[in-house]
Design a protein around this ligand. Structure first.
Ligand SMILES: *Cc1c(COP(=O)(O)O)cnc(C)c1O
Length: 481
């Protein structure tokens, strides 16, 4: 694909409208003006439309194809939420308006949206309060572990160890390390946290433990079966429990993490609540807390007065400070609110039911095609291994040629030749069956013609990439000199 600069022809123009307004150049001091005009591409309107339409067709998207990328919840997000977030009363607000004289009155609706979205998320998770400042899941993790550290600091303790199971998403140890904590790896047994291993560690080092970060159902798609014991163990050491809520799609309306004993949770609005995930954002990773962590939440917080009006409360003396600008990704929060209101409690529960049903249907149908390491019922996703002699990478590339996005591969690290699929609730049985057929065909091809499989993809804009070179030596400007 050429850049737009390669399509430039000197003198070619798109429609142009004359204006009576004085040229900006006449109002600026000479020292601030550039000596020569910028070298912009010179194209007709049609050149530009074709160029960008062509680029957009290189994008892989849920609007076009099935996207079972495990741990990412690439579900279809209904378009009405985009419409709601685009209403001028939301889209044209300036984030500082709430702070300016009459602005407080003009932003009551926006503040009310934030307040209502917060109380709905509290209802879903059983937490006391949420902050919307974090911009993504990982940013929420950093916020959450900082809150946990602040809790111990306020009690005069210098605890520094964060326990993280070996099946955790890589962002968990990264966020804890960024918050200055020391990571302790907890090995899993049968794909779950083993309470004995945890008990042994806590017996020896309990006084140093900030808390435990759990993902539940975990990244193997398995529900933890020892949750009550794990919660009790941590409680006894006055250590806190973090819930990585990226897999919320599996438990919406079925389990409230606050009731289960967790103190802090992040949600990924760009997974579970109606914003597409991927494409570089914007995202939103709100963090909910139990009463013990409430005093440490980032400032400001949207609060409600007795007369029903809303204001920004900055008076939070124990707050860990600001984590992100203003109030978070406002449009993403508005979309989540519209989605929750439209689906209602019952609809959200059905999301979890269909997400889990689809994953179990797919897992059952793939028995005999791929190796399935855990026979138990799965949650909203499951892991499989490439059959002996085949590689997960080759299977993933061959899926692209057949019109499917690949599942997540080689993660979690504890599963051999791992393919981790999350079909989501929005896919039909027909789509899931077509995906199974494609995988069966690929595995058969791999047995008969391994070299052919290793050459896939053949129908994509690029074949196999040297991924290291693609990341380290990016050529973004070759046509621009
Ligand atoms: C996606 C994900 C994260 C990180 O969330 P981002 O929004 O991508 O930063 C953390 N944990 C799990 C289990 C995830 O799937």
């Amino acid at each position: 694909m050429k850049t737009i600069f390669a399509e430039s022809v000197p003198g070619r123009r798109a429609p142009f409208f004359e204006s009576d307004a004085p040229a900006a150049a006449r109002m600026l001091p000479a020292g601030l003006l550039r000596a020569r005009p910028p070298r912009l591409p010179e194209c007709s309107e049609l050149d530009v439309v074709r160029h960008f339409t062509g680029l957009s067709r290189l994008n892989y998207s849920v609007d076009a194809n099935f996207y079972p990328l495990g741990s990412c919840t690439m579900k279809y997000n209904p378009k009405f939420t985009e419409y709601v977030a685009g209403l001028p009363g939301f889209a044209r607000l300036h984030p500082l308006l709430a702070r300016l004289g009459r602005g407080a009155a003009q932003t009551q609706g926006a503040l009310r949206c934030l307040h209502e979205a917060e109380s709905l998320l509290c209802g879903i998770t059983g937490m006391e309060a949420f902050t919307f400042q974090p911009m993504a899941g990982a940013n929420g993790e950093f916020t959450g572990v900082s809150l946990m550290a602040a809790y111990h600091r306020a009690k005069g303790r210098a605890r520094a160890k964060m326990l993280i199971p070996d099946s955790a998403h890589g962002t968990n140890p990264a966020s804890a390390a960024l918050a200055g904590l020391e990571i302790v790896n907890i090995e899993s047994r049968d794909g779950m946290v083993a309470p004995e291993a945890l008990a042994a560690y806590i017996a020896e080092h309990g006084g140093d433990v900030v808390g435990l970060m759990m993902t539940c159902p975990n990244t193997l798609g398995l529900m933890e079966l020892h949750l009550p014991e794990i919660v009790a163990l941590l409680r006894r050491a006055d250590a806190l429990l973090y819930y990585d809520g990226a897999n919320m799609n599996a438990i919406l309306g079925k389990m409230r993490v606050g009731d289960a004993g967790f103190d802090v949770v992040h949600l990924n609005l760009h997974k579970t609540f109606a914003t597409p995930h991927g494409g570089g954002g914007p995202g939103s990773g709100p963090v909910g807390v139990s009463a013990r962590l409430l005093p440490f939440l980032p400032a400001p917080r949207v609060a409600k007065r007795k007369d029903g009006s809303f204001y920004l409360n900055d008076n939070l003396p124990q707050s860990i400070g600001a984590i992100g600008p203003f109030y978070g990704s406002f449009a993403v929060i508005v979309k989540a609110l519209a989605y929750m209101l439209r689906l209602g409690g019952e609809g959200l529960e059905r999301v979890a039911e269909y997400a889990v049903l689809n994953a179990n249907y797919l897992k059952k149908r793939l028995q005999g095609v791929l190796d399935i390491p855990f026979e138990r019922l799965c949650a909203h996703e499951f892991v499989a291994s490439a059959p002996e002699g085949l590689r997960a990478l080759d299977i993933a590339k061959a899926l692209l040629d057949r019109g499917f996005h690949a599942p997540t591969i080689y993660f979690p690290l504890i599963v051999r030749e791992c393919l981790m699929a999350e079909p989501t609730e929005t896919e039909s049985k027909q789509t899931l069956d077509a995906y199974v057929d494609a995988l069966r065909e690929i595995v058969e091809q791999g047995r008969k013609d391994p070299a052919g499989l290793a050459a896939a993809p053949l129908n994509m804009p690029t074949g196999r990439l040297d991924e290291t070179a693609a990341a380290r030596r990016m050529a973004l400007t070759e046509d621009m000199e």
